[in-house]
Design a protein around this ligand. Structure first.
Ligand code: NAI
Length: 248
């Protein structure tokens, strides 16, 4: 099941957290993986190589179109093809909407939304050639509002619509485009919120499955979506949230 042998995957934000788990899970299924990140991702590369798959780290800033172009160019130079693109690099900043700076708004939209679009656009010719596919890591914050998170929620909602639209546009080329929506997952991004016992208790109360998610919970969903077992699945959003959004 989920055989992905010799597929070439690019995972942005693969140096740690959910992106790292995705990169390693794809390698376990037989993918060679390019890890793109703004911080050092050699640790992920080492883990992938220990699974006897090829891997390479590329420094990229996904808020910068030229940097994205370079990541795709260097990937193809070394690996000759791209079968899978996982857009995962993301940032979170909270703040009262009435006092939220234009700079913070723009930064979040650039990394979380424009960066996803530009990675899809640059990878398109190669995905067309391989009849490959894309998974965009969105969030349940793209499905419902969260307090003091207007920019983040807007960016994640945007990713869901970007996913649907590209699935519609590129289906004719054999390219599938899907999204995953994680709930609360234990990573560097959530260390702050999860260190508050009260906030953690509040979240656990909202979760029918009474635990905080692991990065691997998301990676498992991504492995399914990129596999040929999902060959009739496109434009969809797979919610992996321990049931959070199923309850009021
Ligand atoms: P994280 O902060 O541990 O990892 C994010 C990675 O993206 C880091 O390696 C970081 O260096 C990289 N990154 C950030 N800005 C970048 C840029 N401009 N260019 C290249 N790389 C950049 O966070 P986590 O939790 O692993 O998040 C991964 C994705 O999952 C994000 O898109 C996040 O919004 C999403 N998500 C996370 C949830 C959670 O509970 N942890 C919940 C829902 C969605």
């Amino acid at each position: 099941m989920f055989e992905l042998k010799n597929k070439v995957a690019v995972v942005t934000g693969g140096a740690r957290g959910i992106g790292q788990a995705i990169a390693i899970s794809l390698a376990k299924q037989g993918c060679d993986v390019v890890v793109g990140d703004i911080i050092n991702g050699e640790n992920t590369v080492k883990k992938i190589k220990s699974l006897r798959r090829k891997s390479m780290f590329l420094m990229v800033d996904t808020s910068d179109g030229r940097s994205i172009k370079n990541m795709i160019k260097e990937t193809v130079k070394s690996f000759k093809r791209i079968d899978i693109l996982v857009n995962n690099a993301g940032i979170y900043r909270a703040g009262e909407s009435e006092n939220f700076s234009e700079e913070d708004w723009s930064k979040i939209i650039k990394v979380n939304l424009s960066g996803y679009f530009l990675c899809c656009k640059e990878a398109f010719p190669y995905l067309k050639r391989s009849k490959g596919n894309i998974v965009n890591v969105a969030s349940i914050a793209g499905l419902m509002g969260f307090s003091q998170s207007a920019a983040y929620c807007a960016s994640k909602g945007g990713i869901i619509m970007l996913t649907k639209t590209l699935a519609g546009d590129w289906g004719q080329y054999g390219i599938r485009v899907n999204a995953v929506c994680p709930g609360i997952i234990r990573t560097a991004m959530t260390t702050g919120i999860l260190s508050s016992k009260q906030a953690k208790r509040g979240m656990l109360m909202k979760l029918p499955i009474k635990r905080i998610g692991n990065p691997e919970d998301i990676a498992n969903g991504v492995v399914y979506l990129v596999s040929k077992e999902a060959s009739y699945v496109t434009g969809t959003t797979l919610v992996i949230d321990g049931g959070w959004t199923s309850m009021l």
